[in-house]
Design a protein around this ligand. Structure first.
Ligand code: ZN
Length: 211
């Protein structure tokens, strides 16, 4: 868990390599589902995404269940991007219960809001291939141009300061209760997410060992 821009995806990908269990991100699940021709769940997801509507929690739960049932998740998984609300916590509880699985830990990355704004507002995305750059930490070789495919980079509306502050507010309102819920189950570990990727990763590993 953690606010937008805290580095959840980056860290989850590293933990995947470290722990040998798949990184299950809701963003990825949705992308894959949409690409699957002939899949009933995929067709359902496409309806929502193409009309710009949010995928309902129940459908997201079905997609997560389908993903966790696969062989590579049998010995564990890292879930990223879900649950973000108390309603989604209940849905995940249901999914895990049906599959006979349980969460071992909930790791929450914490970073000051000013740092989040700095990180996200510097982000530039390639609309053609999806590669993400950063004006400070990962600038493209030629300003404004994608290294991978040569397309012109854009700043996603989500990455402007005003929208970032709004998302932080939503995060605080919806997701902090989720942290409290997992805290009361004794699963929550808070990790300082400030600093270099390697330093944060090592704090996450230490956090995992601590319990
Ligand atoms: Zn590109």
């Amino acid at each position: 868990m953690g606010p937008p821009g805290v580095g959840k995806g980056t860290q989850a990908a590293q933990m995947q390599a470290l722990l040998g269990v798949p990184h299950v991100s809701t963003g990825n699940i949705l992308r894959v589902a949409i690409q699957q021709e002939g899949s009933p769940l995929g067709a359902e997801v496409r309806k929502f995404v193409e009309s710009g509507r949010l995928v309902p929690d129940g459908l997201m739960g079905d997609l997560i269940a389908e993903r966790l049932e696969r062989k590579d998740a049998r010995d564990g998984f890292i879930l990223d991007g879900f649950p973000r609300t108390l309603e989604q916590v209940a849905i995940l509880d249901g999914v895990l219960g049906r599959l006979g699985m349980a969460l071992d830990r909930v790791l929450m990355l914490k970073v000051p809001e000013s740092e989040i704004v700095r990180r996200l507002s510097g982000r530039r995305t390639c609309p053609a291939c999806g590669t993400v750059f950063h004006l400070e930490s990962r600038p493209p070789a030629v300003a404004g141009v994608c290294d991978a495919c040569g397309a012109k980079l854009i700043q996603r509306p989500d990455d402007t300061e005003q929208v970032i502050r709004e998302r932080m507010k939503v995060y605080a309102e919806q997701t902090l209760p989720v942290a409290e819920a997992y805290g009361s189950r004794g699963l929550l570990i808070e990790i300082d997410g400030f600093g270099e990727v390697d330093a944060v990763r090592s704090r996450l590993s230490t956090g995992l060992e601590r319990v």
